[in-house]
Design a protein around this ligand. Sequence first.
Ligand SMILES: [Fe+2]
Ligand SMILES: [Fe+2]
Length: 192
Amino acid sequence: MTRGSPTSQRAAIDSLIELYASPAATRLYDEYVTELDHALQAAALARADGASDHLVAAALLHDVGHLVGDDNVGLDDELTDDFHHERVGARYLTQSFGPAVTAPVALHVAAKRYLCTVEPAYLAGLSPSSVRSLGLQGGPMSADEVEAFERRPHHEAAVLVRRWDDLAKVAGLAVADFEDYRPLLLGLAAQV
Ligand SMILES: [Fe+2]
Ligand SMILES: [Fe+2]
């Protein structure tokens, strides 16, 4: 699909919204919430913090790679085989969004590894599923990796997304539904 045509952009956003209405989005993200709950809670946290539209979209869509990667991969499978959902997701999103959305998505796993190194308390506060996946994702960053990460454009945005990601795991929390974000997503897609 080519970027830029309003019709193709609307179709791409429709597909995105359908993805979050599909059975894949009802799979458990972790012990407490589904993929859809997790996405909506992350976006709600970003909004509550007064984040830009780009960052709200990045928070909402940061795990889209779980939905487009392999619909048959469940929680246990993912923990034995890291299929780099952050890259799969960022690549998928390039059809609609620029780097202010896609880069934080691509870097949200690296941001976790980064925070584990630069904030000693961060690792201690990770959820059980995040601790289990950390090893597969490369563990805490080395000093060289920290330096390289801090040179990446949008790395600070990725750290913000990561913090909302970590908090977006509350069972039964009532938040805005996915459709509420359609105007925001269409507005961002129109800028690309
Ligand atoms: Fe993720
Ligand atoms: Fe997440």
